[in-house]
Design a protein around this ligand. Structure first.
Ligand code: KIV
Ligand code: ZN
Length: 518
């Protein structure tokens, strides 16, 4: 079916902003850049790169993404405050195509309890902010925060006013994930019908998943006229997350008999992007997750296998290769040369900033290939992720590690760490080898952190697989995740713990967009 412009569904990815608001999912500037490039390769229309006023680190990241990305619009979030908008404009200056996304809450509960403002003042501030943003870019998005619990009349009034003030996209957020699909669809329909200048802007939705309905609500909105969906890779995001990009995009693509619009995404980039986000944030993808879970295209029952062998369509509504599950993924091994390695990395969308970085990663690949017979794409991605975890932020470094674990004996660990420019030895017992290692590290570091999560994930199958460990630490309300990968899961655990400690040492204080003023 041929599509005209009206039929385009704009995909606005907020993995780097709302996704990063998941506790423990904070990302470094380099990690954000890698994800932004993968999103650009997937042909995402708009990349929300962050909230520039939140911290100098956030500003730098948005600025770096704005400088690097050419084919997607780069967006920065700003509350409806003068300083936020000015800062967003500044961060976005290098962008080829930029958007400022400004928001203010419009629900009675938010206006009364959080903002302590009267509706008319909220409306006036929204209009002022949109005008200020329009003086910096002609692409301005306005969100009435908590629209899903706002009064329809007030929503119509404020949206009409901000469109008159120059907003080009109106985003309707279900901030607290409270809405139900038929009702949310009805809300979009009402807004489009009742607001006299609604045809002057694109209507967008931004749904949270507190009731597991983020994708359902987003699709209901699209069926009722929304032409932008805000979403994240793997459904990452505040609390239960946002609508998952891969689910929204594939639902629309698969059900073209129902939807009168489509995205222009290259869906074969979904899997590489999903893996990258998971390995950078340390948020594993559940095996039964739609589209990107390990079991999403696996048929266990004999009847299903038989059916698929006879005719794929008996049990499959999508083709695995269309979302990037490559059937013939190339396997590298210890005899693979630098060229084969470089070529495969390029195909995986992994670029090296310098010859030095390529050489370092190739040398770690050779070390891994000595321990592991076959190196899969996932191993290569983990190698790169490991490089970025350890290349920056290295106050603590693992020098060596010895662990004794024997039936009937208490496990113990000896660890050598470098701390700044000193080398320090530590020993400890523990209830298991990992516990002993963490205690030994703590005897040197005394971080006063609380371990919130420890998880091990096999990167590929087989007993020689690398284990990818995630450690989440909390200190005084700040949560960081650390990752480590190795064929030895005790070493991977030590690397993950040290990575989290390094992040704690270096992470800057940042404001949260939805918590009052800064
Ligand atoms: O959930 C929300 O309301 C938001 C806004 C900033 C759009 O993230
Ligand atoms: Zn949100």
């Amino acid at each position: 079916m041929s599509k005209n412009n009206q039929d385009k569904l704009v995909i606005f990815d907020t993995t780097l902003r709302d996704g990063e608001q998941s506790p423990g999912a904070s990302m470094t500037k380099d990690e954000k850049l890698r994800i932004a490039k993968a999103l650009e390769k997937m042909r995402v229309d708009v990349i929300e790169a962050g909230f520039p006023v939140a911290s100098p680190g956030d500003f730098e990241s948005v600025h770096a993404v704005a400088s690097a990305i050419k084919d997607s619009t780069v967006c920065g979030l700003a509350r409806a405050l003068e300083k936020d908008i000015a800062r967003a404009g500044e961060a976005l200056k290098p962008a080829e195509s930029s958007r400022i996304h400004t928001f203010i809450a419009t629900s009675p509960i938010h206006m009364e309890k959080k903002l302590r403002m009267q509706p008319d003042d909220v409306l006036a501030q929204a209009v002022r902010s949109v005008k200020q943003a329009r003086s910096l870019t002609d692409n301005v998005e306005f969100s009435p925060e908590d629209a899903g619990r706002s009064e329809l009349d007030f929503l119509c009034r404020i949206i009409e006013a901000v469109i008159d003030a120059g907003a080009t996209t109106i985003n309707i957020p279900d901030t607290v994930g409270y809405n139900i699909p038929h009702q949310f669809g009805e809300l979009i329909k009402n807004l489009l019908e009742r607001i006299p200048n609604s045809d002057k802007a694109i209507f967008s939705v931004h749904c949270h998943n507190d009731l597991g309905l983020a994708v359902g609500n987003s699709l209901a909105a699209v069926l009722n006229g929304a032409r932008q969906v805000e979403c994240t890779i793997n459904g990452l995001g505040e609390r239960a997350g946002n609508a998952s990009l891969e689910e929204v995009v594939m639902a629309v693509r698969t059900r073209q008999d129902i939807f009168t619009c489509d995205t222009t995404l290259d869906t074969t980039q979904i899997m590489p992007c999903s893996r990258m986000v998971s390995s950078i944030t340390g948020f594993p993808v559940q095996p039964n997750k739609a589209i990107v879970g390990a079991n999403a295209f696996a048929h266990e029952s004999g009847i299903h296998q038989d059916g698929v062998l006879k005719s794929r369509e008996t049990y499959e509504i999508m083709r695995a290769e269309d979302v990037g599950w490559s059937a013939n993924r190339m396997v590298l091994g210890k005899h693979s040369g630098r060229n084969a390695f470089k070529t495969r990395m390029k195909e995986l969308n992994i670029e090296f900033e310098s010859e030095q970085e390529l050489n370092d990663t190739f040398s770690r690949f050779k070390d891994l290939a000595d321990k592991k017979h076959e190196i899969f794409d996932e191993d290569l991605q983990a190698l790169v992720a490991e490089g970025s975890w350890s290349a920056e932020n290295e106050h603590f470094k693992l020098v060596s590690l010895k662990v004794c674990s024997e039936t009937g004996e208490t496990p113990n660990a000896s660890v050598v760490l470098s701390v700044g420019d000193k080398e320090v030895n530590a020993k400890s017992d523990g209830s298991g080898p990992v516990d002993a290692v963490f205690r030994a590290i703590e005897s040197v570091v005394s971080s006063e952190t609380e371990l919130q999560l420890y998880s091990v994930n096999a990167i590929t199958s087989g007993t020689d697989a690398q284990g990818e460990v995630t450690v989440r630490l909390e200190k005084a309300g700040r949560i960081v995740s650390g990752q480590g990968a190795d064929t030895d899961i005790v070493i991977a655990s030590a690397k993950a713990y040290i990575n989290a400690l390094n992040k704690l040492v270096l992470s800057d204080d940042r404001a949260h967009p939805q918590l009052g003023d800064v």
